[in-house]
Design a protein around this ligand. Structure first.
Ligand code: ZN
Length: 243
């Protein structure tokens, strides 16, 4: 079985469809795991939700998803994120609102656990260094964990007692073994590793590996819709730079 692992779509429908098309061309997939932040920043929350539901994606909630439906406050968001999430809240259908409101914050999908942030703080904490990685591994009941939120791809391995962050290199299958791992597939809708191309991973349980890919998308189409929605220019421009 091949699983398409996605994170941080952020209402970017052009990026999401480019990823799904690319994964389809590269051998296809049987199911989708989505690591949260389906909405926020981008112009197409409804289309992204529909597409995920069409594929029966298993999805956890991210910090933008819970704020969009009023389950958490936007007090910690910067002005641009706040403006975009207010626009999102006002442009969600009742059905989309119900869908986002019903998302769990953690899913066990053997041999992975799926969460947006960390297992210590499911939606808000960034897993970027040893402390948050340790806190997650302490709580991890499956062998592997998949997280999003930072918009940066990585593999974090626990080797004996040591923890190391290594590059989740593109187009290089990473074999899954005994060692416990936390992986981040990178970001679909607003990459922040100075590369504007959407990033995603495929978990193949027969080959027993994870493989990361990137893909081009029609970035100007997304930006035009963001302009029409009067999103902050900063959010529109950053898509060009992958920041
Ligand atoms: Zn995000």
């Amino acid at each position: 079985m091949r699983t398409l692992i996605l994170s941080d779509i952020h209402s970017n429908w052009e990026a999401l469809t480019a990823v799904i098309d690319d994964a389809t061309e590269r051998g296809g997939f049987d199911r989708i795991w989505c690591l949260g932040d389906i909405v926020g920043y981008g112009p197409d929350p409804g289309l992204c939700i529909s597409l995920l539901r069409q594929h029966n994606a298993q999805a956890v909630a991210g910090n933008h998803d819970v704020v969009a439906v009023g389950k958490a406050s936007s007090a910690d968001f910067n002005y641009a994120a706040k403006a975009a999430i207010e626009w999102t809240s006002n442009n969600l259908s009742a059905e989309d609102n119900r869908y986002l409101s019903g998302l769990p914050t953690v899913i066990t999908a053997e041999p992975f656990t799926l969460v947006h942030g960390t297992l210590r703080d499911h939606v808000n904490e960034y897993l970027l260094e040893r402390d948050s990685a340790l806190a997650t591994l302490e709580r991890l009941e499956t062998r592997y964990c998949a997280v999003g939120h930072t918009h940066l791809p990585f593999i974090c391995r626990e080797d004996g007692g040591a923890i190391s962050f290594i590059e989740f290199a593109e187009e290089q299958a990473y074999p899954l073994g005994e060692e416990r791992l936390i992986i981040n597939p990178g970001c679909v809708g607003q990459p922040r590793d100075r590369n504007p191309r959407p990033s995603y991973a495929i978990y193949d349980d027969e080959a027993n590996n994870v493989l990361r890919h990137r893909v081009e998308y029609r970035i100007q189409d997304t930006q035009e819709k963001m302009r029409d929605a009067q999103m902050p220019e900063y959010l529109i421009d950053r898509l060009n730079h992958g920041i």
